[in-house]
Every structure is written in structure tokens, then in C-alpha cells.
Design a protein around this ligand. Sequence first.
Ligand SMILES: *[C@@H]1O[C@H](CO)[C@@H](O)[C@H](O)[C@H]1NC(C)=O
Ligand SMILES: *[C@@H]1O[C@H](CO)[C@@H](O)[C@H](O)[C@H]1NC(C)=O
Ligand SMILES: *[C@@H]1O[C@H](CO)[C@@H](O)[C@H](O)[C@H]1NC(C)=O
Ligand SMILES: *[C@@H]1O[C@H](CO)[C@@H](O)[C@H](O)[C@H]1NC(C)=O
Ligand SMILES: *[C@@H]1O[C@H](CO)[C@@H](O)[C@H](O)[C@H]1NC(C)=O
Length: 300
Amino acid sequence: MKFTSLIAYASLISAASASAVPKVSDSSTNSSTVIGDATILNFLLIFENLENALYTGALGSFTQDDFINDGLPTWSRGRFEQISAHEQAIVASLSDAVGSNAIQACNYSLPYTSPSSFTELAEFISGVSVAAHLGVSQYNTNSETATIAASVLSTKARHAAWIAAPVNKHNAWSGAFDTPLSFNVAYTLAAQYMSGCPSTNPSLPFTAYPSLTIANATAGQSAAVSAASNVTIEGQYIAFFSGLSTTFVQVQEGQVVIPNDSMGISYAVLTSSKSLADDSTIMAGVAAVQVDFNSYGLRE
Ligand SMILES: *[C@@H]1O[C@H](CO)[C@@H](O)[C@H](O)[C@H]1NC(C)=O
Ligand SMILES: *[C@@H]1O[C@H](CO)[C@@H](O)[C@H](O)[C@H]1NC(C)=O
Ligand SMILES: *[C@@H]1O[C@H](CO)[C@@H](O)[C@H](O)[C@H]1NC(C)=O
Ligand SMILES: *[C@@H]1O[C@H](CO)[C@@H](O)[C@H](O)[C@H]1NC(C)=O
Ligand SMILES: *[C@@H]1O[C@H](CO)[C@@H](O)[C@H](O)[C@H]1NC(C)=O
């Protein structure tokens, strides 16, 4: 991506009214109702920096022999080198576009111990990044901006699908529609891996929710719900974000019935409403619910 294009990208992602999304403020404008361009690009850098650290770290730790000895295909590590180079290019371009207010990478605590646990984690994080990019796509009010943003998003979706399917032997997609996540939902998923950020970074208006866990989810069956200790779960609702729809299920006796049409990944939050899951109602999150399905569409 060209630097000049990203300048356009940065300057053209302009203020948007935020009726259906969390309000964010931009330090450059200090308006709680304006989503500023620098804030949007810094939001995307949260995910790009995380991915950059993931690929750089794993490739620095594991050789081609390590990959092969762990049962991964001979061609996989070279492709991860390509993905890593893409991430470096995207981080550099977005950072240049934001300028001196660009956030710098944090320290990360990434739970992989082997090449294969790295590729599992990469599948999850690359999916979260796609969902985050998709979530901010509504702010692209200009056609040039929208094209550039879509260009990055589609490359990242290819990365995610390649990691999921030929490498990890899971499903490459979930359904006809990918899932867009709102700022704080996406941020919560990234923040769990961040173990300290430079104090010089500008403060961004995103917060992580208290934790939520849904154990051993199987479509159509009850699963145990647990949350941070000061969050009351009983009688509240789990909202499952899947594609462009949200399914609400009440928590009863500490359990939630996983929607029986679940396929692929859903992102779940605890909400006080049976029909709304946004910053005004979300109490805890985000639990990822993965229901694998095979080439015949059968759940595994
Ligand atoms: C931003 O605006 C709010 C409301 O007017 C004000 O209280 C706050 O001090 C401002 N912050 C900065 C950094 O200017
Ligand atoms: C990141 O980790 C390094 C090495 O442990 C440490 O020196 C540094 O202070 C950490 N930075 C932050 C912002 O936590
Ligand atoms: C997970 O759920 C399935 C189906 O209900 C059950 O057979 C299995 O024992 C459960 N596993 C754990 C670890 O609870
Ligand atoms: C729950 O605990 C967390 C951290 O311990 C705290 O930040 C949060 O404000 C608490 N929430 C409530 C509703 O008390
Ligand atoms: C899925 O759940 C809905 C609502 O509980 C129910 O009406 C439907 O019959 C279920 N479908 C299957 C295939 O179990």
C-alpha cells in the first residue's frame, strides 16, 4: 500500500455520526461524538501491531525443521513469512499515515509453545482482526477510502482462511456473512494478549469488558457460563454475534444453550437486555464459541 494513498485514507476517514456504535473521542478533536481518523487508524493498529508481534515472534522462535517436526506442511512456514511481511508493511503504512500520534507496539503475552499452537492462535487472532476491520468499515464514507480499506480487509481475510483451512484443517469460513465487531468487543479480544503498552502512547477511548467464559460449547447443548467475580450472570442474556445476526439466550442455572444453528465462530457477550448488546448493556465478554463443520456442512 502506498504511503500517499494512506494519507488520503487518513484524511478521508472523516467524522461520522455514531448512532449505532460506541461513542469514541479523538484527542485531536476532543469531541465525544466524533470518531476521528487518527482514532480509527490507531484502533486498527492495535490489531496490526498484535499480529505483527505474533508472526515476528513465532518465526523468530521456530525454524522450518521445527514446523515439519510438529506435523505442519513443508510449505507453511514460507507462507507465514509472506504474511509477516504483509503485516510489517501494513503497520508501517498505517503508522506513517497517523504520524507522531501513532501507537507503538505493546508487550504481548502470546500463549503458544510450539509451531502448531502458534498456528491455532494465529487462526483466532487473524479472525478477530478481520472482524475488527469489518466493524469499522461503516466509517468509510468516501469511495477511495473504502477501496483502500477493503483492499487490506480482503488480504487479511485470505490470510485467516488459509491459516484456518489448509494449515489447521478447520473451516475456512463461517457463513455467508462475516461478523463485524464493535470497538470495545474487538478491543477486549486483543487486550487479553497485551501485557504492557508504552506510556508515551496516546490514550485511546476503548475499554475491555470484564472476562466471560463459556466452557465446552456444543451447538444445541447447554454450556457453563462464568464471568469476572463481580459480574452477576444469572438471569442475564448471552448475545451470540454470528455474521450479521445476533442471537440472545438467557442464562439459567449458570448455563446457556448454544444456538443450534451455530457454525464456525461466534463471539459472545453477557448483556442485561434480551434484545440489545451494546456498550449500554454489555456486562462481560468476550467468549469465542467455535463450532467446526466439515465439507458436507456437518458439525464435528
Ligand atoms: C475535552 O472536552 C471535555 C468536555 O468539554 C473537557 O472536559 C475536557 O477537559 C477536554 N479534554 C481535553 C484534553 O481538552
Ligand atoms: C516491555 O518488556 C520489556 C522487557 O521485559 C520491559 O523492559 C519494558 O519495560 C516493557 N514495556 C512496557 C511498556 O511494559
Ligand atoms: C463437552 O460436552 C460434550 C457434549 O455435551 C460432552 O460429551 C463432553 O464430555 C464435554 N467435555 C467436557 C470437558 O466437559
Ligand atoms: C469489577 O471489578 C473490576 C476489577 O476488579 C472493576 O474494574 C469493575 O469496576 C468492577 N465492576 C463493578 C460493577 O463493580
Ligand atoms: C433449534 O432451536 C429452535 C429454537 O429452540 C427450535 O425451534 C428448532 O426446532 C431447533 N432445530 C433443531 C434442528 O434442533
